[in-house]
Design a protein around this ligand. Structure first.
Ligand SMILES: NC(=O)c1ncn([C@@H]2O[C@H](COP(=O)(O)O)[C@@H](O)[C@H]2O)c1NC=O
Length: 510
């Protein structure tokens, strides 16, 4: 008895060659409308599903293969006498292979102008049913969902190695595929019905790359990206020079890009261990980089630099003098490329910069689950500012405060940033008390703290941070406000002529 393969594919890539290969292996081909036409056009012998079911495709293709003569053919257990008796009684013939790929739901839903009707029509019903039936019955049926597997399957058939272990692997791939397909559909409907935090969270990611190891060499890791493009994300970047990115590189580069997205003017950001060690904004990208570098010429060593303008030859010369893990820029001029690629180990990435970031969700794993929250896209609104001190900031101080506060949002809590003239001068990150972070930031700034601005990610529970700032010569401070002991900090400010701004918005980053 001839073996039968049912082929029904939306993506017709390689299907003709595969069907020809199957025919050579002695398979009879059964197929649906469009696939059948493509096979016939290419001279492949195949019969229509209607010829098996005796029933036409109806409802604009919504029902083609949903028929017991198809699903019975796939699902019967070959070694089960009762199944075989029922197959004979009902005149059902076996289907031994199912080759299906699904309506392009992801491609449709991510199309800018797709209508709701178009999106709904691209939810495949019959395809997943056949895939799941064949995958469930992998003991007896071979299932192929990915056109990239066609050649491999033909090789295995030719060498008589399409055994149960091989078929189980193909079945496992199918269940991953249909789970992802359904997750995308569930995501679409969650958005349509405003279910940001549904009772069951079904998320799906696509592997971007295997990683050599995780945060430490004894940990395993891989990088997965969202199924849709996220502007200015590392998943969109093109690496064109250097070793492949490591786990820590990806975390650091991501932090670097999140900071850079805050700034529209020519800006350079240097990051170490996910905290900025230098941020500079200038009239051009070289001036911006000079500031980012001067902010902390020690910590930038082994760091990651991203800039939001094309890298020129002279900037490349400067970058090439430092040991950097990664440089990310929207473009590089030809001379800059030549200069930077002399360094074998530096990783060079190109990425289109986008100012307005879409609101996203952040997920953090905790033991036994994950935490999900909206991203911290809260922007400073000057109209929400209040000025509790006797002295109000000057226009120049206000600019420094805003610059410092943007940076501070991306520093691990407790976070303190000292800045002046569109340049960070000191960054205090991740200390268990706020005054500790302030002391680190002020020490880093040194004499430059005199007349500089200071930002804090959260309010001051005590006046000690402001006291340290006053000692160092800080003249303006920005912070959310809201502590029970705010008055104590205000008093210290007033005693030293410091201007303080309340933003009303906390920016913890734990
Ligand atoms: N409804 C059905 O019975 C059905 N059976 C197969 N399909 C899908 O139809 C597509 C192939 O259609 P065609 O061969 O007509 O180009 C495949 O993506 C397959 O998954 C169906 N369509 C969607 O649900």
């Amino acid at each position: 008895m001839k073996k039968r393969a049912l082929i029904s594919v939306s993506d017709k890539t390689g299907v003709v060659g595969f069907a020809k290969g199957l025919a050579k292996q002695g398979y009879e081909i059964v197929s649906t409308g469009g696939t059948l036409a493509a096979l016939h056009d290419a001279g492949v012998d195949a019969v229509g599903v209607e010829d098996i079911t005796g029933f036409p495709e109806i409802l604009d293709g919504r029902v083609k293969t949903l028929h017991p003569l198809i699903h019975g053919g796939i699902l019967h257990k070959r070694k089960n006498p009762s199944h075989q008796k029922q197959m004979a009684e009902n005149h059902i013939a076996s289907i031994d292979m199912v080759v299906v790929n699904l309506y392009p739901f992801k491609e449709t839903v991510t199309k800018a102008d797709a209508t709701k009707e178009e999106i709904i029509e691209n939810i495949d019903i019959g395809g997943p049913s056949m895939l799941r039936a064949a995958a469930k019955n992998y003991q007896d049926v071979l299932v192929v969902v990915d056109p990239n597997d066609y050649d491999h399957v033909l090789q295995k058939l030719a060498s008589n190695e399409a055994d149960v272990a091989f078929r189980e692997n193909l079945a496992a791939k199918v269940f991953r595929h249909t789970a992802k397909y359904d997750a995308l559909i569930a995501h679409y409907f969650a958005e349509q019905t405003n279910h940001a935090y549904p009772e069951d969270l079904t998320v799906t990611f696509e592997k971007a790359q295997d990683l050599r190891y995780g945060e430490n060499p004894h940990q395993t890791a891989a990088f997965y990206k969202t199924p849709w493009a996220v502007p200015m994300s590392l998943a969109q970047a093109v690496q064109w020079h250097g070793k492949e990115l490591s786990y820590n590189n990806i975390q650091d580069a991501n932090a670097c890009l999140e900071i850079l997205a805050e700034y529209e003017e020519p800006t350079a950001v240097a990051v170490k261990h996910m905290n900025p060690c230098g941020i500079g904004t200038g009239a051009n990208i070289e001036a911006a980089f000079d500031k980012a570098y001067d902010a902390d010429p020690v910590s930038i060593f082994g760091g990651i630099v991203s800039v939001n303008r094309e890298i020129t030859a002279s900037l490349a010369e400067k970058l090439s003098k430092i040991f950097l893990e990664i440089v990310i820029a929207p473009a590089y001029d030809e001379n800059a490329k030549e200069i930077l690629t002399r360094k074998k180990n530096i990783r060079l990435l190109t990425l289109a910069m986008a100012q307005k970031q879409p609101a996203t969700f952040k997920m953090t794993s905790v033991k036994g689950g994950i935490l999900v929250q909206s991203s911290d896209s809260g922007e400073l609104q000057a109209e929400n500012f209040t000025y509790p001190t006797k002295r109000k900031p000057t226009e120049a101080e206000l600019q420094d405060l805003l610059f410092a506060q943007k940076a501070c949002k991306h520093v691990k809590s407790n976070a303190i940033v000292v800045a002046k003239g569109s340049q960070t001068l000191g960054v205090g990150a991740g200390q268990m008390n706020r005054v500790g972070s302030a002391i680190i930031a002020l020490n880093q700034a040194g004499d430059k703290a005199e007349g500089a601005a200071m930002a804090s990610d959260a309010f001051f529970p005590m006046p000690d941070t402001v006291e340290e700032a006053a000692k160092a010569g800080i003249t303006a401070i920005i912070q959310p406000g809201g502590s029970k002991r705010d008055q104590d900090s205000i008093d210290v400010c007033d005693a030293h002529g410091i201007a303080m701004v309340y933003t009303g918005m906390r920016h913890f980053k734990h």
